[in-house]
Ligand binder design. Structure first.
Ligand SMILES: Cc1cc2nc3c(=O)[nH]c(=O)nc-3n(C[C@H](O)[C@H](O)[C@H](O)COP(=O)(O)O)c2cc1C
Length: 355
């Protein structure tokens, strides 16, 4: 049975302190480009109202030249705590972008120093900053001077297995003024392959005074607890595990706060969530939202009879109604099938017994 050690319980029973800002949850929803828009965050927050969430990463150079707020930077006035994540390599553009982020309502500003994508690294942003710590320091100094909210950094453990530089890098970020660091336990060359090396996160935690958040391979409550135990980190950040499953952050938060597991959502409940997600994306972004919803819908369609066929159909939907109809039919089939979730079957048995 999964349980929290007394030491972990005691360590995590206080709010997470990011500079002067306090967060009443030790589990965070990561920034995910193309995923963690306002709609997705609303779904996650329903189950994890106190957790910190991040926008998708925003290009500071783009903001400098265009000035209009991109939709990915939009924050709902009621959604707190929220961090706006920026990427770039120019300290002045990042400082300017950070001021816009604060004006939009960001509680903290996060700088992306971990993105492995060529398009970003070849321009000096994302994980390439691991190879240019002087610029990374200048960025943190410039942004902390520009805004009165905490500035945080999200990064990886190094460029390659032969170049794991996180210990020196993380210390430099702290000394430059970063108020929290999130470490994804992979190198840039790993991309998203192989295991996250949590042992490096443990070593970072040993040498820093600011909060250290562990990231990488948190796909379940159990993984979150193991990671916290093994790294001694101040919190965990869930990422791919939330794609098609906006329940995960809430499940981890609930366990860390109560020591008990929330019931896992049934296939029907997951599809009901998918339906709502699609509807909300359509209302927020119109046809573009429907196109973006395709990938989300395929992530939700897993783990029940007929899921593969539904995935194929949802991946090509042309309009919102087509998607809603497909999901409704799948829900009806699941409700009628023998493969219904055992919880539903049990509920029915109880109802019959009472009748
Ligand atoms: C589709 C996708 C988009 C991502 N976008 C961002 C991003 O905008 N900013 C960022 O810091 N990390 C981004 N990441 C990295 C994740 O936040 C996280 O660090 C990584 O997936 C490792 O955690 P995991 O193994 O639990 O997925 C992205 C990852 C994926 C798969």
């Amino acid at each position: 049975m999964l349980s929290l050690s007394q030491a972990l319980k005691a360590r995590l029973s206080t709010p997470l302190k990011i500079g002067r800002f306090e967060v009443n949850s030790r589990v965070l929803q990561s920034p995910l480009s193309g995923v963690t828009d306002l709609v997705f965050r609303r779904l996650v927050r329903r189950h994890a109202p106190e957790s910190m969430m991040y926008t998708e990463m925003v290009n500071a150079t783009g903001l400098h030249y265009v000035k209009d707020l991109p939709i990915i930077m939009e924050v709902d006035p009621n959604e707190r705590p929220i961090s706006i994540q920026l990427f770039d390599c120019r300290p002045d553009f990042l400082a300017e972008a950070a001021q816009m982020a604060v004006a939009e309502g960001a509680d903290t500003v996060d700088i992306n120093m971990g993105c492995p994508v060529n398009k970003i690294t070849k321009n000096g942003g994302g994980s390439s900053l691991l190879r240019d710590p002087e610029t990374a320091e200048a960025i943190v100094r410039s942004v902390t001077q520009a805004v009165n909210v905490p500035v945080t950094v999200k990064t990886r453990i190094g460029w390659t297995d032969q170049e794991i530089t996180i210990l020196d890098f993380a210390k430099r970020m702290e000394d430059a003024g970063a108020q929290m660091i999130t470490v994804h336990g992979r190198t840039r060359s790993q991309g998203y392959n192989g295991n996250a090396k949590w042992e490096w996160i443990a070593r970072v935690k040993e040498i820093l005074s600011i909060p250290v958040i562990a990231n990488g391979d948190i796909f379940s409550v159990e993984a979150a607890v193991n990671c916290l135990e093994q790294t001694g980190a101040d919190g965990v950040m869930c990422s791919r595990g939330t794609m098609g499953y906006p329940f995960l952050v809430g499940e981890v938060d609930h366990f860390l706060k109560t020591g008990t597991l929330k019931p896992t959502p049934t296939s029907v409940e997951r599809l009901q969530c998918a339906r709502e997600h699609l509807q909300m994306l359509w209302e927020y972004k119109g046809d573009r939202g429907v196109r973006q919803a395709r990938k989300h819908m395929t992530w939700y369609s897993k783990g029940f009879a007929g899921a593969a066929e539904l995935r194929g159909q949802l991946s090509t939907i042309e309009n919102v109604q087509q998607g809603l109809d497909l999901i409704d039919r799948a829900i009806d089939r699941l409700m009628q099938s023998d493969e219904r979730d055992p919880r539903l079957v049990e509920d029915e048995a109880v109802a019959l017994a009472i009748a």
